[in-house]
Design a protein around this ligand. Structure first.
Ligand SMILES: Nc1ncnc2c1ncn2[C@@H]1O[C@H](COP(=O)(O)OP(=O)(O)OP(=O)(O)O)[C@@H](O)[C@H]1O
Ligand SMILES: [Mg+2]
Length: 339
């Protein structure tokens, strides 16, 4: 049996002079939830479109369940479900009719089997009571759930989700995560793209951090966190930038740490075993020097800290716009502004 659901080898996609996907290689094991994490324009959708055979690669090789997509494109289509980045449910049609169209498209038969799958899909999407209501009247979360089950109607073994939760509020995002996990528990291999660090962290077995068509890091969440080292992250929020600068300078001179400073927040990596000693001495020093801070904390490295280490900048998972623009700024920062 083939171990990998997807194997990507030296994949490149150029649009004119722009290299959207720049020589990436990775493998996705059967049964994994694999995340492609990156900001707007990173090359996530382009990679996915090549996996699906929707666009041709410039060079490189893609193998799905051991089949070369250049040779076995038609067979592969039945193996993969796709939930696109944009919601494409037909608003004038009911939830049931939307599913019927897809069942037809994928030749799900006989009729009894088709009806059974549609009923299951409606139940899975928590839309049984809304089955005969027009999809156009649905909330964003309901539409996305309908999209999700629609992409599963032919029972594919691999499901591709392109930004499944972008634009959803936190409740709907958490609900979508639950559905994704349920599908995965049934044995479906899932590849998803996301701009949300938190989403990748909670959902994915492994993550590739991608930017400007390149893979910056790849691994399990804990492997990625090792990029940061085995220590703990000390974080201080100062009252203003001047206090933050004073804190950073003290961490350097007194504690021999390498602080990063961003507006009024200072972070530094502390070796395991030194936390308590440093914390005690730090509080005394802050008091002595009368530096005002609003919070001091020590935490295990997060994916946020991985980004900080890889790019020299921080991001917080908040709203879509907020995250993407910050990630964008962050990624730009990592290139020293030369873009
Ligand atoms: N058909 C196309 N023609 C020309 N350029 C394209 C095309 N499709 C994508 N691009 C460019 O390729 C780069 C990667 O785009 P892609 O859509 O893959 O990014 P993404 O990571 O999915 O971003 P987002 O989070 O915004 O969806 C971008 O610079 C984009 O403008
Ligand atoms: Mg995209």
């Amino acid at each position: 049996m083939v171990e990998y659901a997807i194997e990507i080898d030296r994949l490149v996609k150029k649009f004119g002079t722009l290299t959207a996907v720049n020589d990436i290689s990775f493998k996705i094991k059967k049964g994994e939830i694999f995340g492609l994490l990156g900001p707007n324009g990173a090359g996530k959708t382009t990679t996915i479109n090549m996996l699906l055979g929707l666009i041709k690669s410039t060079s490189g090789k893609i193998t799905i369940n051991g089949l070369d997509i250049k040779k076995e494109g038609e067979r592969i289509k039945q193996l993969i479900g796709l939930m696109t980045q944009e919601t494409v449910v037909e608003g004038d049609l009911t939830a049931r009719q939307n599913l019927e169209i897809f069942a037809e498209l994928y030749h799900v038969s006989p009729l009894a089997e088709r009806n059974k799958r549609i009923a299951e899909a409606l139940k899975e999407a928590e839309l049984t009571d809304f089955a005969d209501k027009k999809a156009g009247t649905f909330s964003g979360g309901m539409k996305r759930r309908l999209e999700l089950v629609k992409s599963m109607i032919q029972h594919p073994s691999i499901l591709i989700l392109d930004e499944p939760t972008t634009g959803l509020d936190i409740q709907n995002r958490v609900n979508m995560w639950k559905h994704i996990r349920e599908l995965n528990a049934l044995g479906v291999t899932i590849i998803l793209t996301t701009q949300y660090l938190e989403e990748a962290d909670t959902l994915c077995d492994r993550i590739a951090i991608i930017d400007h068509g390149k893979i910056k890091a790849i691994g399990t969440v804990s492997e990625l966190k090792k990029v940061v080292g085995t220590g703990r992250i000390l974080e201080l929020v100062a009252e203003d930038h001047a206090d933050a600068a004073a804190v950073a300078s003290m961490l350097k001179t007194v504690f021999k740490l390498k602080p990063e400073i961003k507006v009024d927040k200072v972070t530094a990596l502390v070796e395991v075993g030194n936390e308590e000693r440093i914390m005690t001495k730090l509080l005394a020093e802050l008091n002595k020097k009368r530096i005002k801070v609003s919070s001091v904390s020590m935490h295990m490295p997060t994916l946020d800290d991985v980004f900080m280490t890889l790019t020299g900048s921080s991001t917080r998972d908040t709203t879509h716009e907020d995250t993407s623009s910050r990630m964008d700024a962050m990624m730009r920062g990592s290139r020293g502004g030369g873009r």
